[in-house]
Design a protein around this ligand. Structure first.
Ligand SMILES: Cc1cc2nc3c(=O)[nH]c(=O)nc-3n(C[C@H](O)[C@H](O)[C@H](O)COP(=O)(O)O)c2cc1C
Length: 340
């Protein structure tokens, strides 16, 4: 039996050697200027050596106020390109594809300055009350995403993922719980989608490569978005040319979530099959058989792994052994598989 996890996956002109994606994970390891340093080069490249098909680097801020913390990576200036290019070059050298998650933290920015958001509603009492974005500031933010896409292209990334999940800026616009605007960016579902629509259009002016969007398919709170809300949103994204929707959930408002292995997979499944768009499944997926079940039952197209890849940078090898597959081992490590 040929496993699906180790079957290549093609998106536009890009071919991933397997379906294993390293999910974006903030490392909070940069300096105030948001530059790539030795930590990022070592951390991501270890997973490339570990044979991950696609590595999506952490939420990278499109402008300084859009950082979650003062040690986030940034892509708001042309000065960031050199470090990011060094990272893509190294990862390509070890035959992994590499993407970048473009992000704005919105009201969840924890900086000294006042955060920005669709409406002046704080995440909870421990967060600052944000300033409601003016129309001019919204346009500037869209421009910042567009410029970030240009820089990502110059840095040779293979994939751009727009971060529209986890209660950060774009998600805040999408949900009626955090967006109570009275203008064209608030109110109806269409109006709440407008920022994401315009960000995608802006990015596309600079980027023709594979484009992913990460969403939170469930706000887990009365009055918030649900997977049903996201089916029409996913159709809109697909119509705009988005290649894959990375389906996460939660983190918009403090909510009780019963997280168990594969708990977000039904959302990826519903969106894939009802909106006819490729999806990525993520969330407590740690075992190769779990990944294989999701792929073979057509519940998602790619498997995003986060914490398991922090524990085991060589998880693809672990998964290959479980599935009876042979994958490349760096020549330097071959003796690790000889037991005599
Ligand atoms: C240390 C850490 C940092 C994270 N940072 C990000 C991030 O930058 N962007 C994002 O979309 N999700 C982020 N996440 C969420 C993961 O991408 C993933 O969705 C989540 O951990 C569930 O997958 P897992 O069960 O495989 O860990 C982070 C998770 C962890 C553990």
């Amino acid at each position: 039996m040929q496993s699906k996890l180790f079957t290549p996956y093609k998106i536009k002109d890009l071919t991933l050697k397997n379906r294993i994606v390293m999910a974006p994970m903030c490392m909070y390891s940069s300096d105030e200027n948001g530059h790539v340093n030795d930590w990022h080069l070592t951390h991501y490249t270890s997973r490339a050596i570990g044979q991950v098909g696609l590595i999506i680097i952490e939420a990278t801020a499109v402008n300084p106020k859009g950082r979650i913390s003062a040690s986030d990576l940034g892509i708001w200036s042309d000065e960031h390109i050199e470090g990011l290019k060094k990272l893509t070059t190294l990862n390509h050298k070890y035959q992994s594809k590499i993407g970048i998650q473009l992000a704005h933290a919105g009201r969840k920015a924890q900086l000294k300055t006042q955060p920005l958001a669709p409406s002046a509603i704080p995440f909870n009492e421990e967060y600052q009350t944000p300033q409601e974005l003016t129309i001019e500031e919204i346009k500037q933010t869209i421009h910042d995403f567009k410029q970030a896409a240009r820089r990502a292209k110059e840095a040779n990334f293979d994939v751009i993922e727009i971060h529209a999940a986890h209660g950060y800026l774009i998600h805040e616009f999408l949900s009626p719980l955090s967006n109570q605007r009275k203008d064209q960016y608030g109110g109806s579902e269409e109006n709440r989608y407008r920022l994401l629509h315009e960000v995608i259009e802006g990015v596309k002016e600079e980027w023709t490569g594979p484009l992913f969007v990460r969403i939170s398919a469930n706000d887990f709170t009365e009055g918030g978005n649900t997977p049903d809300t996201y089916v029409p949103y996913a159709e809109k994204m697909k119509a705009q040319g988005v290649d894959l929707i990375d389906v996460s959930s939660g983190a918009l408002v403090p909510a009780q979530i019963d997280a168990f292995p594969g708990y977000q997979v039904p959302y990826a499944d519903q969106i894939k099959n009802e909106a006819s768009v490729a999806t990525g499944a993520v969330g407590l997926i740690t075992h190769a058989l779990q990944a294989e079940e999701i792929l073979k039952n057509n519940r998602a197209d790619l498997i995003f792994i986060a914490r398991e890849l922090l524990r085991d940078p060589y998880w693809p090898k672990t998964a290959a052994i479980t599935l009876g597959e042979t994958i490349d081992t760096p020549v330097q490590y071959e003796r690790g598989w000889r037991f005599k």
